[in-house]
Design a protein around this ligand. Structure first.
Ligand code: G4F
Length: 305
């Protein structure tokens, strides 16, 4: 989603407003009618592989979209606090551990657009005194993760293989190292950043390093399966430039915000596999006529995933 995904509560119900990060005047009218106290800017074209196919669109939404939103806040004269979803992808080729002082070296149009957004957020803080912060989040996953990101692609495949619906999952670079945390805990860190006395930028991470290969082991083993029997390489999932290793140091968030990750990758994989298995089981036991949606199709080779 590239729109702001704005939600407000009216009479205890959440209300979704339409808008788009490429439409600056709409952001002005939205913000002037909602007048929020806090803005969490999570909208983006957020798939790294896709950003190589759509670099201009990614720059427009993931990069310039942030300027449009900040400028809308300024023009409306809101005194709200602003959260920018910065990303560990900004570190790119700079070796781990990465913290708030680590130099950026993005390796994708997505990473480059996020670096732009990071600096424009700091610029509005310094130039206009806005309470605007960057949360530099490392990979954050949950059962709600999009099906084309590697963790969910794996856990969904585990559920389908266990159910006899599939036999094989095709992947790219399984030697990439990532620092995977549990998304609900990261949302709490975001909230804490906006409750702090002073605006500043924070890394949010578990501090643990695992390869995609490790995650395969955690996920398949939880279902009693051997991943090496079911995983095949497909070079179409290799990126023009890869980020080899991201491992965050979230000491500042611990010291200032009192935040620390609790769920580590082995448990994260179990949570996601259990959720995908439960979803498939529920679909199988729901009478066909009552099914709201058919089980999602297996991702096609050739589409970015
Ligand atoms: O799951 P991924 O696509 O996540 P990536 O590229 O690290 O980016 C995610 O996390 C960032 C940090 O929070 C966010 F800013 C960003 O928006 C996104 O949410 O890929 C993880 C690793 C990569 O090294 C990739 O090359 O897994 C490798 N991989 C291997 N096979 C694959 C696949 N990734 C995908 N998506 N699909 C594969 O088949």
């Amino acid at each position: 989603m590239t729109g702001p995904g704005t939600a407000t509560r009216r009479g205890g119900r959440r209300f979704l407003h339409y808008g788009d990060l490429t439409d600056g005047s709409r952001l002005v009218t939205l913000l002037s009618s909602i007048r929020p106290d806090e803005v969490y800017h999570l909208g983006a074209q957020s798939h790294v592989r896709v950003s190589f196919d759509e670099p201009e669109f990614t720059g427009d939404t993931t990069g310039l979209g942030t300027t449009r939103l900040l400028e809308a806040i300024r023009l409306v004269g809101l005194q709200c606090r602003f959260y920018q979803a910065s990303s560990s992808e900004m570190f790119g080729a700079t070796p781990p551990p990465q913290d708030e002082a680590t130099p950026f070296h993005p390796r994708s149009p997505y990473g480059a657009a996020k670096v732009y957004s990071y600096w424009i957020t700091r610029n509005y803080r310094e130039a206009y005194g806005m309470f605007a912060v960057n949360g530099i989040l490392f990979n954050h996953e949950s059962p709600r993760r999009g099906e084309t990101f590697v963790t969910r692609k794996i856990t969904r495949s585990v559920a389908r293989i266990r159910a006899g619906l599939d036999d094989t999952v095709f992947l790219g670079n399984i030697d990439a190292v990532r620092d995977w945390g549990y998304a609900p805990e990261y949302v709490e860190a975001m909230w804490r950043m906006l409750q702090a006395d002073e605006p500043r930028d924070y890394v949010v991470a578990t501090g643990t390093a695992h390869t995609v290969r490790d995650f395969l082991g955690f996920a398949f083993a939880h279902a009693g399966l051997d991943w090496e029997r079911h995983v095949r390489f497909d070079r179409r999932y290799i990126r023009p430039a890869e980020v080899d290793a991201l491992v965050g140091d979230a000491s500042l968030a611990r010291d200032i915000l009192g935040w620390a990750a609790r769920t580590l990758p082995p448990e994260l994989a179990r949570i996601m596999v259990d959720a995908d298995c439960a979803a498939l089981d529920a679909a199988a036991t729901t009478p066909t006529g009552d099914r709201p949606v058919a089980p999602a199709p297996v991702p096609r080779l050739g589409t970015p995933a």
